[in-house]
Ligand binder design. Structure first.
Ligand code: SF4
Length: 565
């Protein structure tokens, strides 16, 4: 069912007041892949009365007042994507479209959406119930951070939004505890998995260099970021003027059973009717008939925010739960027999675990896949192969695709099961092209990115095309590549172009210009011009034209001579 988004839907349920109102920068898509929808259903499952306000206008109080004032709290999210990433290209040009907005129209999600929505609420509800921030924008901006769009260090978004609490990471448990505390009239500021503002530093919290210090001193910023990433289960505190930003210890990850339960809730897998008349939402077409098998990523790529937000530990759903969801898809009136994707942040991390640390992926001083795949890592290709086989057998399912990116080094490191998995993917689960993200070819750049070398990539490519030939298919690999990452020069891009042409035999089309996302290692490199792992100076291309030129080196001839193997 849809979470109420209008007063009449609230009344139809016999509710005269909501406990929680969730405000989002996305259109209201009721689907387990959408954070606000997921949190809303989790709260409803626990007995709370919840409503959703999607993309409220900032011009008047009509939208934000639609469902009245909640009894417990307002939950505010920018949506599935940071609003500045959604609204601007890497060259800082305003985007015209937004994949999470009806009709694809840009401009419905305001810049710095969590701040804009928190201000909107305060404008029309004075002295209102607590405002709780969540979602990826708030999560990545929870402590002082580098902001590419103003080329400055900004303070925690909790101060700018003047909000009362911030849920970081995957928020189900934190949100339920917050709601429970508020319903019982208890203090909520120390709930694990949340940040709040305090007058004093809590005892035992690890102190980060202050916002003022990291704003003026890059070394302090680098030290701060190291402490932030290595915090583990500790509380953190960072002075901002005469107040403290306090990050409480994280919540434990959901268990497999808990994740199964969340995905088993009653999602519509559709766009709320109130958004309908303006046109379809592109993101929905991608996710509507896709299955999420796990959350988390231990890839640790320096430029990526997934492990900062979702965590490094993999939590996988049970096979039974995923298969049951596939069965339910077959009852959906719009389902045509095609499951568009089975995966997660990285497709082939389903079932993976750390063999040394009881699955916790807790090493603070090393990465799981770089510089090589850790021998303690237990890949889950066998379970994933079994899962895909079972999904193909679900009556009413004609095709099952793996469209999420595959981590090719993980496949190659898992000698037998990795190859069996790839053979099955090639035989049954590729929709013409399989995505992988080598990002670059040059060792210096790859090392800064935390990505594997080209030897493993070439071996994977050869295996992929060999498997294709052996089953009579003619599918191809799509390579995602990145220009202008810190440490990357024009010469590196020329070498990458040569490598792509001569070794990969492709004219790259999927080339992005690097954007420094808040709270990532690569943003730290971009800001400081140093390799944070050894302190050495690195070249950083900051000039917009220079960044564009790096991309042009790769894409100039992409229109000619398409996809040669
Ligand atoms: S032991 Fe290896 S697999 Fe486990 S967390 Fe550490 S680096 Fe990752």
């Amino acid at each position: 069912m849809f979470i109420p988004a209008t007063e009449s839907e609230m009344r139809a349920l016999g509710w005269d007041r909501l406990d929680v109102v969730l405000v989002t920068g996305d259109a209201y898509i009721d689907h387990p892949s959408m954070g606000v929808s997921l949190i809303g259903h989790v709260l409803m499952d626990a007995g709370y009365r919840v409503g959703v306000i999607a993309q409220p206008s900032l011009e008047s109080g009509d939208d934000i007042s639609r469902l009245g004032e909640p009894r417990l709290f307002w939950g505010v999210s920018a949506g599935s994507i940071d609003s500045l990433v959604a609204n601007y290209t890497p060259s800082l040009k305003r985007r015209r479209s937004d994949d999470y907005t009806p009709g694809g129209l840009g401009g419905r999600r305001p810049d710095r959406a969590v701040i804009a929505y928190a201000n909107l609420i305060r404008r029309f509800f004075r002295n209102t119930r607590p405002i709780v921030l969540g979602g990826i924008e708030a999560s990545l901006r929870r402590v002082a951070h580098y902001d590419f769009w103003t080329d400055s260090i900004r303070r925690s978004v909790l101060f700018d939004a003047k909000a009362d609490s911030l849920v970081y990471g995957m928020g189900e448990k934190a949100v339920l505890q917050l709601a429970g505390r508020l319903a019982a009239g208890r203090d909520f500021r120390d709930v694990p998995g949340t940040c709040s503002i305090a007058k004093d530093r809590p005892e035992g919290a690890v102190e980060l260099p202050s916002y003022e210090e990291v704003s003026r001193d890059d070394e302090a910023f680098a030290r701060m970021f190291g402490l932030f990433c290595g915090a583990g289960d500790a509380a953190l505190a960072q002075r901002h003027g005469d107040r403290w930003l306090v990050q409480n210890p994280p919540q434990p990850c959901l268990t497999t059973e808990e994740l199964d339960r969340v995905h088993g809730l009653d999602f519509e897998r559709g766009l709320h009717p109130s958004c309908g008349p303006e046109g379809s939402v592109r993101a929905l077409e991608t996710i509507r008939f896709s299955l999420t098998t796990h959350r988390g990523c231990f890839g640790g790529c320096s430029f990526c925010s997934i492990s900062v937000h979702q965590g490094r530990a993999i939590v996988s759903r049970s096979k039974a739960s995923v298969v049951e969801e596939a069965r339910k898809l077959t009852e959906h009136p719009g389902f045509k027999g095609i499951i568009a994707d089975v995966g997660g942040p990285t497709a082939n991390m389903y079932g993976a675990r750390c063999g040394r640390r009881s699955g916790a992926f807790a090493c603070r001083d090393r990465r799981c896949l770089w510089p090589e795949v850790c021998p303690s890592l237990r890949a889950g290709h066998r379970q994933q192969t079994e899962l895909l086989t079972e999904l193909r057998r679900v009556p009413g399912v004609k095709k099952v695709f793996v469209a999420s990116g595959i981590r090719h080094d993980l496949v190659m490191a898992d000698a037998e099961a990795g190859r069996e998995f790839l053979a099955q993917v090639v035989a049954h689960h590729v929709s013409g092209q399989l995505k992988i993200a080598p990002e670059h070819s040059e060792k210096g750049v790859l090392d800064l990115m935390g990505k594997p070398g080209t030897e493993c990539l070439v071996a994977f490519k050869d295996l992929f095309y060999r498997l294709n030939r052996s089953c009579g298919k003619s599918q191809f690999l799509t390579y995602y590549l990145l220009a202008a990452h810190p440490g990357c020069t024009l010469e590196d891009m020329e070498k990458l172009k040569r490598f792509a042409t001569e070794e990969l035999r492709t004219n790259p089309e999927q080339v992005q210009i690097f954007t420094p996302l808040p709270s990532t290692w690569s943003a730290l490199m971009y800001r400081t011009g140093r390799n944070p792992f050894d302190g050495s100076e690195i070249f950083v291309q900051k000039d917009a034209r220079g960044r564009g030129r790096q991309k042009d080196v790769l894409t100039a001839r992409a229109r000619i001579g398409k996809r040669r193997r």
